[in-house]
Design a protein around this ligand. Structure first.
Ligand code: SF4
Length: 307
């Protein structure tokens, strides 16, 4: 489905318009692009079909992740002299999302785990440490994309050459853990780094996954080339999406233009119940991933949910 523009610089489908008319940019977030890469049909359900088809019930692992992320944001909103472990229960209570848990007992266990993760993680940080941005929206344009996204945290550090460099930090709360390959392969992190560099006019090559349950930090140092490669891939994905949308506008069957890609993610898909391919996937209860995160025996780990 990929077609190149006449300049060969980007994979943009040809569009009707007047000579000299500016190219319509594809407005997107890394999450939107990732949804299409995972499954074009899921993208259609989430971003094209209106009204949006009914989703399944809320997932407990999303509630847990959102609670911890917001508590961390609120930690950095406090003045440095109030950032003490004693405030964590209050912060977490204020941000706690209750949806999706099996029962009150599981929710309480998740709350205790989340508090312990925050306690352990923040014990390793100087309370006076001020990131450049927390839950910070960064945005950038390319010849094809109008890209924006919210980075969990952007830090500034002194690089090996003595220059100030930015670092993209992404918190993980799932059982899946994090390793350098995850950091290297994450298109979202690379796009945040690309956009942060434009917004702050400072180099940004390092991306880090901070896995709260274990305290593991998985890092990758991008090069200008590897960031450019990820941007090119994002442009190609955008071109595919625009081509599929144009095909539907011109009368193509939407089911053909946005095919299903059945696989592991189907069990965790919000649209499994209405998708023809989803019916063959094993249904997961909304609390399933949290149950596995809280399970003490790592050898019985099931396939992790998307983090
Ligand atoms: S159930 Fe599977 S195939 Fe269907 S939309 Fe979701 S991810 Fe795609």
């Amino acid at each position: 489905m990929r077609r190149s523009s006449s300049t060969g610089r980007s994979a943009v489908p040809e569009q009707l318009g007047f000579p000299g008319m500016p190219q319509r940019l594809f407005v997107c977030t890394p999450s939107k692009l990732g949804t299409y890469t995972d499954c074009p049909r899921r993208y259609r359900y989430a971003y094209v079909d209106r009204p949006t088809p009914p989703k399944g019930p809320p997932w407990a692992h999303n509630s847990l992740g959102a609670s911890v992320h917001t508590a961390l944001k609120n930690w950095f909103d406090l003045p440095a002299d109030r950032r003490r472990p004693g405030v964590l229960p209050t912060l977490l209570k204020a941000t706690w999302v209750r949806e999706g848990y099996r029962d009150v007992e599981q929710e309480r266990a998740a709350w205790r785990a989340a508090l312990a993760w925050l306690d352990g993680y923040l014990a390793g940080l100087d309370p006076a440490f001020e990131p450049v941005g927390v839950e910070r929206v960064v945005a950038a344009r390319t010849a094809v994309l109008a890209l924006s996204g919210r980075a969990d945290r952007i830090d500034a550090r002194v690089g090996p050459d003595g220059r100030r460099e930015l670092v993209i930090v992404d918190y993980k709360t799932g059982r899946g853990g994090a390793d350098p390959d995850d950091a290297r392969g994450s298109q979202a992190l690379a796009l945040y780094a690309f956009a942060a560099e434009k917004v702050f006019h400072a180099p940004c090559h390092r991306v880090e996954l901070h896995h709260l349950p274990t305290g593991v930090v998985a890092a990758h140092e991008h090069t200008d080339e590897s960031l450019a490669r990820q941007v090119r891939r994002a442009e190609e994905t955008a071109a595919d999406i625009m081509a599929a949308e144009a095909a539907v506008t011109e009368g193509a069957d939407p089911d053909t233009a946005f095919p299903t890609t059945p696989g592991r993610l189907c069990s965790w898909c919000d649209f499994r119940a209405i998708c023809p391919a989803g019916s063959s996937a094993e249904p997961k209860p909304p609390w399933s991933a949290v149950e596995s995160t809280l399970r003490p025996d790592p050898s019985s780990r099931p396939t992790p949910a998307p983090d």
